[in-house]
Design a protein around this ligand. Structure first.
Ligand code: SAM
Length: 319
């Protein structure tokens, strides 16, 4: 359906948990997070009810995220059940890739179409420091496994932070020469732990692009989520996701479901709607979702004061 600003909303991101098996320095507090009670976390059967209602309203793309979605019990079954919902055409996950190598085959069988793997460094030591303990080999194996399985596209998401991983931009771009992967550089957003790095570490997509004379543009639509480029004769592409320097709110097509069962119609707004009270009525759920979509905010205001108005941190929303 269209929202009140005429945007077609066809995409829902579902955060299944706020827990993660990594502690990336700009995302998760070192000491971990306050554990939510079991009953506070949305059950799979309720996720499926919400997805069914969303599909009825024209949502055809679902992305499972977190926290880390692959630590969630029975995610393969959830993906399978989602794939059976009428109208759902595309199921993706955003993952840190640590557990993906051993799970990718089952997830693909269950109906997974696409993966985004977060990878902020190609260097073993630095990767361990950024993630506070992760093994980069697990992520490399996962990327290779997904390519072997024919999962397309395999996207690699890199949040660039000055002084931390901006020395690896060329190496990350060069990955697309030999591998059919889509490397996407994401601007650091001023949220949660990210605020500790934002003032000194923010790099705009434009600053990166100025240094990349070899990249050939593939799209000119600056309002699309990612501006796309490629190196000549390469197997993959390079994208820039610029929520701050080139915001794409006018073409935003998504809503988000948090792991506690609220809908966030805008990542950076503090407005949330609790769907738990509508779980017993399919019609109630559909009409609530319809209202929420219609009233989706026109745009975020991050660029005004450099702060997100979201009451939640990234690990609770899933990006
Ligand atoms: N655990 C999964 C993963 O690592 O991909 C999914 C959840 S994680 C919160 C989703 C994405 O959000 C990751 O790519 C992460 O790098 C990104 N992210 C976290 N905090 C961010 C911030 N302040 N600005 C931009 N991206 C951020």
């Amino acid at each position: 359906m269209q929202d009140g600003k005429g945007r077609k909303i066809n995409y829902i991101r579902v955060s299944l948990t706020d827990r993660c098996n990594l502690r990336c320095v700009y995302c998760m507090p070192e000491g971990g997070i306050d554990k939510k009670e079991h009953h506070e976390i949305i059950r799979h059967e309720d996720v499926l009810k919400i997805l069914k209602a969303s599909a009825f309203l024209g949502i055809s793309k679902v992305r499972f995220t977190g926290g880390e979605p692959l630590i969630v019990k029975d995610i393969d079954k959830l993906i399978y059940e989602t794939s059976k919902i009428n109208g759902i055409e595309d199921i993706a996950i955003t993952t840190n890739g640590i557990l993906l190598n051993s799970m990718a085959g089952e997830l693909k069988k269950a109906g997974l179409k696409r993966v985004n793997i977060s990878l902020d460094s190609l260097k073993e030591d630095k990767f361990r420091k950024i993630t506070r303990g992760g093994s980069i080999h697990d992520v490399f194996h996962a990327i290779e496994k997904c390519i072997d399985l024919g999962i397309k596209p395999v996207k690699i998401n890199t949040v660039l932070i000055k002084g931390i991983n901006d020395d690896e931009i060329n190496d990350l771009i060069r990955l697309t020469k030999d591998y059919p992967v889509h490397v996407r550089f994401i601007e650091l957003m001023p949220m949660g732990e990210g605020l500790n790095y934002y003032d000194t570490g923010f790099i705009s997509s434009e600053q990166v692009l100025e240094q990349q004379k070899e990249l050939v543009p593939l799209n000119n639509n600056m309002s699309s989520t990612a501006s796309l480029f490629m190196l000549p004769n390469s197997k993959g592409t390079v994208g820039f996701i610029s929520p701050l320097s080139c915001k794409f709110c006018s073409s935003c097509n998504r809503i988000r479901l948090t792991s506690t069962g609220t809908i966030k119609p805008c990542l950076h707004s503090d407005t949330e709607y609790d769907l738990k009270k509508h779980m017993d009525s399919e019609i109630g759920l559909i009409s609530e979702l319809k209202e929420i979509i219609y009233n989706k905010p026109a745009e975020h205001t991050l660029e005004n004061d450099g702060k997100s108005s979201s009451k939640r941190e990234m690990f609770e929303i899933g990006g």
